[in-house]
Design a protein around this ligand. Structure first.
Ligand code: ADP
Ligand code: MG
Ligand code: MG
Length: 514
C-alpha cells in the first residue's frame, strides 16, 4: 500500500501554472474570509497602525489524499469519544487522582485544579457543561496491511479551525469542479475524476453545540429578566479571528443568538455577578452600549488554555469568576483538565484496570475495542516503568515524542532530544510528561503550501486529521446533546516535528478520500 498513491501526486505544475494557481488562491482566500490578521512583528513599524490588514491563512494548493477507511472510522467514533470525555469529567474522583499526582510537577495544572476546588468549595451553581472537542489523528502506515487510524491527541479546550477548515474544503472543491481549462482549476489527475472533499459541517456542528447550551440554560435568572447572549472569551490581539467569526456569525444569523467577543483581559471590567443574586448569573455590559445588560448563558473559551495567558493573579481571578458563575462553561476547568495528555496516557495503558471500559457504560464492547485501537502506545516516566527506559535510551527515544500537559503546539520534545532534555530537568518533574510512540504517516506524501507571508513550499508532507464533536451534559452524567460533524486536515513539512497552524508549523488542507 503506502506509497503508490503519491507516485504521481500532486500533478506537476509549470512555474507559470503554479504562479497562476497561487494568485487564484490568494484572491479566493481574501474574497471568502479564509484569512488571518498578520503578525504585527512581521510588518515594518507603522505598516498597519490602523489594523486593517488581513492575509491568506496558510493553505495547501492541492487537497491531500487520505485513506477513506481511516476517515470513516474517525467520524464513526466521534460521538463515542465525546461521551468518553464527558464521563471522565463527571468522575471527579478518578480525574482528581490523576491531576493531584501532577500538581507538584506542573504549576499550570496545579492552578487549574486549585480554581476548580475553590469553586467546588463554594458550590457550583451550573450543572450543565458544554464540550466543543476535536479529536486529532494520523493515518499510521506500516509495511504490512492497510493504514490504521491513530489518535495524536484529544482537545477539550479552544478546538480551533472549524471555521477556516470548512472554507479550505470549499476552495479545493471549487478548483476541482471548475470546467477543465478554466482559469480556476487544477491540471488533470486521475484522483480528481469525480472526486471532491467530503462535506465539512464543522461550523454547523460547533455552532449547534453552542446553540444547544444556550437553549438548555433556560430563562434569565436576573430580576428583572435580562436578554440572553453567548460570550466568546478571546485572546487580546487574536490573529485567527475569522475562524471564530465563522461560528459567531452562524450563531447570530441562523440560531438568532446575540454573540459578543470579550478579550480575556476585559472579563473583570465588563462582566459581573450581582452579589445579591444567589443564582450567580453572569452579566455582561457591552462597552459600546453600557446601558444594555445581557445575561450570559454560555461562555466559550478561545483563550486561557496556556499558562502564558495568565499574566497575573487577575487572570486567575477572572477564570474563577467565570467558573463560579451560572453561565454554562465551554469548557469547565474540570473538562479542560480531562484533556491532559496524562489522561490519554492512562486510558491507553495496556495492563492494569480497564479504565476505558469503566467510562463506557452501555456501549457495545466491539465499539470500545475500536476506540482502543486508535490509541498509540504511551507511557509514564515512573522509576520502574518501561517509559523511562525507552525515553533515556537514545536508540528507542528516536521512535518517541515527549509531551507535557500543554495545548496549542510547540511544547513537545522529539526523538533524539528526549534523553538530554529529561536529564536537564529535575527528576521530580518527570511525571509531568508522557512518552508517546511516533505515528508514521505515508512517507512519500507530497503537496505545495502557500504560507501566510506568500512563500510557496513544495515537498514531502505529513497530514493530521481532526474531527469535531460537541456534547452537552449534566454533572450527573445525563447527556442532552451529542453530535459530530466537520473535520480539519493540517499538513506540515515532513521534517517539521510540531503541527499547529496558529503556532506557524502547518497549513490548512482538505481531503481527497481514496
Ligand atoms: P498540542 O496539544 O500542543 O497540539 P499534540 O499532542 O497535538 O499537542 O502535539 C503537537 C504536534 O506534535 C502534533 O500536531 C503532531 O504534529 C506532533 N505529534 C504529537 N504526537 C505525535 C505522535 N505520537 N506521532 C507523531 N507526531 C506527533
Ligand atoms: Mg491540543
Ligand atoms: Mg495538537
Amino acid at each position: 500500500m503506502g506509497g503508490s498513491i503519491y507516485s504521481t501526486y500532486p500533478p506537476n505544475l509549470s512555474p507559470v501554472q503554479q504562479e497562476y494557481l497561487v494568485t487564484t488562491i490568494k484572491n479566493w482566500a481574501i474574497q471568502n474570509g479564509l484569512a488571518v490578521r498578520p503578525a504585527l512583528t512581521a510588518l515594518p513599524a507603522g505598516a498597519d497602525d490602523n489594523r486593517v490588514l488581513a492575509t491568506n491563512a496558510p493553505v495547501t494548493i492541492f487537497p491531500s489524499p487520505f485513506p477513506a477507511a481511516c476517515f470513516e472510522e474517525a467520524t464513526a467514533l466521534q460521538t463515542i469519544y465525546n461521551q468518553l470525555y464527558a464521563a471522565i469529567t463527571c468522575n471527579e474522583e478518578w480525574l482528581g487522582k490523576i491531576i493531584e499526582d501532577l500538581v507538584d510537577a506542573d504549576d499550570f495544572v496545579a492552578n487549574l485544579w486549585k480554581t476548580h476546588l475553590e469553586v467546588k468549595k463554594e458550590g457550583y451553581v451550573q450543572n450543565l457543561s458544554l464540550g466543543l472537542f476535536r479529536s486529532d489523528y494520523m493515518a499510521h502506515v506500516t509495511p504490512q496491511g492497510p493504514p490504521s487510524l491513530k489518535q495524536v491527541e484529544f482537545n477539550t479546550i479552544s478546538s480551533s479551525f472549524g471555521g477556516l477548515s470548512a472554507l479550505v474544503r470549499s476552495l479545493h472543491a471549487e478548483l476541482l469542479t471548475s470546467p477543465p481549462g478554466s482559469p480556476i482549476s487544477y491540471p488533470p489527475h486521475p484522483l480528481f475524476d469525480s472526486n471532491i472533499p467530503p462535506e465539512n459541517t464543522a461550523v454547523e456542528t460547533l455552532s449547534g453545540g453552542l446553540a444547544a447550551a444556550h437553549t438548555a440554560y433556560g430563562s434569565s435568572k436576573s430580576t428583572p429578566a435580562l436578554p440572553l447572549c453567548v460570550l466568546f472569551v478571546v485572546q487580546e490581539g487574536e490573529r485567527n479571528i475569522f475562524d471564530q467569526l465563522a461560528l459567531s456569525k452562524h450563531l447570530t444569523q441562523v440560531h438568532k443568538i446575540p454573540v459578543f467577543r470579550l478579550p480575556s483581559n476585559r472579563i473583570i471590567d465588563d462582566t459581573l455577578i450581582p452579589s445579591s443574586n444567589s443564582s450567580r448569573p453572569l452579566i455582561y455590559r457591552p462597552p459600546h452600549s453600557p446601558e444594555t445588560a445581557f445575561e450570559v448563558t454560555t461562555v466559550y473559551l478561545r483563550a486561557y488554555y496556556a499558562p502564558d495567558e495568565y499574566k497575573s493573579s487577575r487572570d486567575w481571578e477572572a477564570r474563577t469568576h467565570l467558573e463560579r458563575s451560572a453561565a454554562i462553561k465551554c469548557p469547565t476547568v474540570l473538562n479542560q483538565l480531562s484533556g491532559c495528555k496524562k489522561v490519554q496516557q492512562v486510558l491507553a495503558e495496556p495492563t492494569g484496570p480497564d479504565h476505558l471500559t469503566s467510562f463506557m457504560d452501555g456501549i457495545d464492547p466491539a465499539i470500545i475495542s475500536r476506540l482502543r485501537q486508535t490509541f498509540a502506545p504511551q507511557y509514564d516516566l515512573s522509576a520502574d516503568g518501561q517509559g523511562r527506559k525507552l525515553a533515556l535510551n537514545p536508540e528507542t527515544a528516536m521512535k518517541h515524542v515527549l509531551k507535557p500537559q500543554r495545548e496549542g503546539g510547540g511544547n513537545n520534545i522529539y526523538k533524539a532530544e528526549i534523553p538530554n532534555f529529561l536529564r536537564s530537568i529535575p527528576e521530580k518533574d518527570w511525571k509531568g510528561w508522557v512518552l508517546m510512540e511516533i505515528i508514521d504517516p505515508a512517507p512519500d506524501a507530497e503537496n505545495i503550501a502557500l504560507r501566510n507571508d506568500g512563500e510557496v513550499l513544495r515537498g514531502n508532507v505529513i497530514s493530521e486529521l481532526g474531527v469535531y464533536g460537541t456534547i452537552l451534559w449534566e454533572t450527573n452524567g445525563k447527556v442532552l446533546h451529542n453530535d459530530q460533524g466537520g473535520w480539519l486536515l493540517r499538513t506540515k513539512g515532513k521534517e517539521v516535528n510540531e503541527g499547529g497552524v496558529a503556532a506557524g508549523f502547518s497549513s490548512l488542507d482538505s481531503i481527497l478520500l481514496y
